[in-house]
Every structure is written in C-alpha cells, then in structure tokens.
Write a protein that binds this ligand. Structure first.
Ligand code: AMP
Ligand code: GLY
Length: 421
C-alpha cells in the first residue's frame, strides 16, 4: 500500500511512526512533513494548504489511502477533494470538520442537543458585544468563531481585557474573517481532560485519555502555546467519569452530527472540563490533538492503519481497539522565546539511542545537517508501566537531544502526579 499523511508536526510524526508498523505499507509519504521525519517517510514538497497539488500528487503517485491530520485542510475540504478523486481518507469531510471550524456552530449544536457546555452568547456586532461585557460575570471567555492557529481564545480576567479582545478580534480583525463572529462564554473551572475518539458515525471508540500543558512556563504560567507536553492516561478521568462522558457527551455528539446530515468520520477530539456539576465540553477538534497524539498513539496496541480504514469503511464497531495499561509522557523541547519570537536554524542532534522515542515537530535540512525550524522542535516521549516512571524516562530522553536555544517545562505531569496521590 501507498499511504499519504498530510501535515508536518510532531503529531504527524507520531502517526507516521505508528502507520509504519503495518507491514502492508510499502510507501509512506509525508506532505510536507519535516526533515526530522526523513528516515520514516518520503517528504513531499507541497504545503498542506495546496489542495489542488495534493490531489494531483496523490493521484499521480497511486496513493491508496490518505490521512489528513491538521485542522485547516480538513476544514477547507481536503478529504472531500481526495475522495472525489477516488482516494479513501481518514478525516472528516468539510461539512463535519465545521465542528472545529466554527465555534458558533459547535456551541449551537451543543445547545440544540443538550450536550453540556459553558453558557454563551454569540455576537456579530462589536458594539453589542462591548455592551454585553459591561455587565457579564467576570472572568469571561472571548472566542473567535473560526480557526485562529489555536490563539483565538482569550480568558478575560477583567472587563478591560474582554473589551480589548473584542476590539482586536472583531474590529482590528486579528484573525481575519475568523473574527466576523465571536462567542462570549461562561468561565468554567476544573481539571481539563483531552479525549480523542475514533468514530465512523456508527460507533464511538475513545482512546486513552490525556492531559495537555498549554502554558509556556512551569506552574502553568506564561503565554498559551500549542502545548508544551502531555501525559496519558489522565488520572482525573476515572471510569465513572468516562462512562458519564460517553452517555452525556460522546454518543450525543455523534448522533447530533448524524441528525444534522454531517456524519463525522475520523478522530473527534473532546476538550473537556470536569466541573463540580459534571463534565462539560470546552472545545471540539476535528482531528488528533498535538501533542496529545504523541502520548496516545504510543499506548495503542492495535494496528492504527487498520483502525483508520475501518473508520473509513464504517466498520469500526466490528473491530477491537486495544491500549496498553501503561502510561506515557511527552515533554516538548522548544526554541527559547516560543510562543513569541525565536531563532531557527540551530544545529539539531538527536542521539541514536533515543531516535525512536523522539517526534520531530520543527526541523529542516541545512547543508545536509538537521537544524531547528520551529517554535516547538521535538517531543520526547517515554512509555512505562506507570506515570511516575514515564515522566522520569521522558526527561532522560530530553538529556539526549541537543540544540543551542532549547527549553522545556520541567513540570510536565506534576499536576497529574498530585492527583494520583
Ligand atoms: P482552545 O483554544 O479552545 O483550546 O482553548 C484554550 C484554553 O482556554 C482551553 O484549553 C482552556 O484551558 C481555556 N478555556 C477555553 N474555554 C474556557 C472556558 N469556558 N472556561 C475556562 N477556560 C476555558
Ligand atoms: N493540544 C491541543 C490541540 O491539539 O488543539
């Protein structure tokens, strides 16, 4: 089989390494991938946003199956385009990817079908939004409707912050058309859990739960990032809560999408908050999370490509998906300065003995050598029998990767360890 994976980050590297375990895969393309994946896949120099070129490449190279991993191409209809050209895909069509592509859509969906989430108001007029935040409860949360590179959410701790967010999103168009509408919602509190779930619109098969660490600095301080590390399983996510989420959130979401004529097939990501009065949806993503995937897939015992193809062929309910009982920890090593400005092009060395435990998120070739090429550069992932061991081992891997302006959080998993106690 020839398999194409669209995307370029650590998540895609984790998907690629897992797909490689399937012996029927004779050729694996990463489009565009990054230099750090060159040993695991053939890099294709086309951007994930160039849908015409992606289809042309896939058809021209006889690709048998495609996995579209990032949000933007999914929302823009990459799967629809590939399918129209006769190539089966893993990932939702555009009409279902809207569950991430529009927060107004997802909030209205949850309201219509009684799926627990934060109370909210939608605005398409900045004046009305500004009027509303004069009296709404504070803190409040301001969200751009559309995709915003993960930066469209502002937790406003004061009325001034809420006003600034409204002006920058709606009037200054910080995120372009993504800010034509905004959602202003209730501030929720509680531990956060990420649950990625395979679904084909008939069955819902949640993967092992995980916990992201979004802030740049230790102790959950500093700016929001794409994620500085993850652990799995998430100790807050007990069997009892999992059962409740299945009944109150996961299955109702699948059925709601079916009823709307927007059957979701692929990996549906539930960003949950475990509030005092029960679990609530903070966000849906239409794809694998990054860096959640880097801890979830290493714990998957079943064959990933077989699961993906079962989703495509709507026979997920007939197969068994197994995860190991162990734990995993991924520590992201980033370029100092990230998520603000940072330097690229630093020589990057990953010692041989840890190569299979490192997912490369941002690397390029310069004069035949590997150099850094992103804010998040690497994800060092360890799998062990339990969480304390996985955390210890992940930080040992960090010692074996080198570039000159490297930084990482030192407390990935610390909160989870406290919860275990
Ligand atoms: P998102 O970009 O949608 O993943 O949101 C980023 C982060 O903002 C989430 O992971 C939460 O930590 C936080 N967040 C989003 N919505 C709320 C809310 N209603 N209450 C509290 N925190 C929130
Ligand atoms: N780690 C959060 C996300 O993938 O959106």
């Amino acid at each position: 089989m020839k398999v194409l994976v669209v995307g370029s980050g650590g998540r895609e590297h984790a998907i690629i390494k897992k797909i490689r375990e399937n012996k029927t895969v004779k050729e694996l393309y990463a489009l565009p991938g990054n230099a750090g994946m060159a040993e695991d896949a053939t890099l294709v120099d086309i951007k994930a946003s160039e849908l015409d070129k992606i289809v042309e490449f896939a058809v021209g190279h006889g690709v048998d199956y495609a996995v579209v991993a990032p949000d933007n191409p999914l929302v823009d209809g990459c799967v629809d385009r590939l399918e129209a050209a006769g190539i089966p895909c893993f990932g939702p069509r555009a009409n279902a990817a809207i569950i991430e592509g529009s927060k107004v859509f997802s909030k209205d969906l949850m309201k219509k079908y009684g799926i627990p989430t934060a109370a909210y108001e939608v605005f398409d007029d900045a004046k009305k939004a500004l009027e509303y935040v004069k009296t709404c409860p504070i803190p409040t949360v301001v969200k751009a409707d559309g995709l915003a590179l993960g930066k469209g959410v502002v937790i406003a701790e004061t009325r001034e912050m809420a006003e600034e967010a409204i002006v920058s999103i709606m009037e200054d168009k910080k995120f372009g058309a993504s800010g034509n509408q905004i959602v202003i919602e209730e501030f929720l509190e509680g531990p956060e859990v990420s649950v990625l779930s395979f679904t084909d619109g008939k069955a819902m098969v949640p993967m092992v739960s995980s916990m992201d660490h979004k802030r740049a600095l230790d102790g959950d301080k500093g700016l929001n990032t794409g994620g500085m590390g993850t652990i799995a399983p998430n100790p807050y996510y007990t069997k009892e809560i999992a059962d409740r989420c299945m009944k109150e959130i996961f299955l109702p979401t699948m059925e709601a999408m079916n009823k709307e004529g927007r059957t979701f097939k692929g990996c549906l990501y539930f960003g949950l908050m475990l509030c005092k009065d029960g679990p609530k949806v903070i966000e849906y993503n239409c794809r694998f999370g990054d860096p959640e995937t880097q801890v979830v897939l290493p714990l998957l015992k079943s064959d990933l490509l077989n699961i993906m193809m079962a989703v495509t062929e709507e026979r997920l309910g007939n197969i068994t998906v197994r995860f190991s009982d162990g734990a995993a920890c991924c520590v992201v090593v980033a370029s100092d300065g990230y998520p603000g400005s940072y330097e690229k092009g630093k020589e990057l060395v990953i010692e041989d003995e840890v190569k299979d435990k490192v997912y490369v998120a941002g690397a390029a070739f310069k004069d035949g050598k590997l150099v850094t090429n992103g804010g998040r550069v690497l994800g060092c992932t360890a799998v062990a029998e339990d969480l304390p061991e996985a955390i210890k081992e992940a930080y040992k891997i960090v010692e074996k990767v080198h570039f000159s302006n490297a930084y990482c959080r030192k407390d990935i998993g610390a909160k989870a360890l406290k919860a275990l106690k």
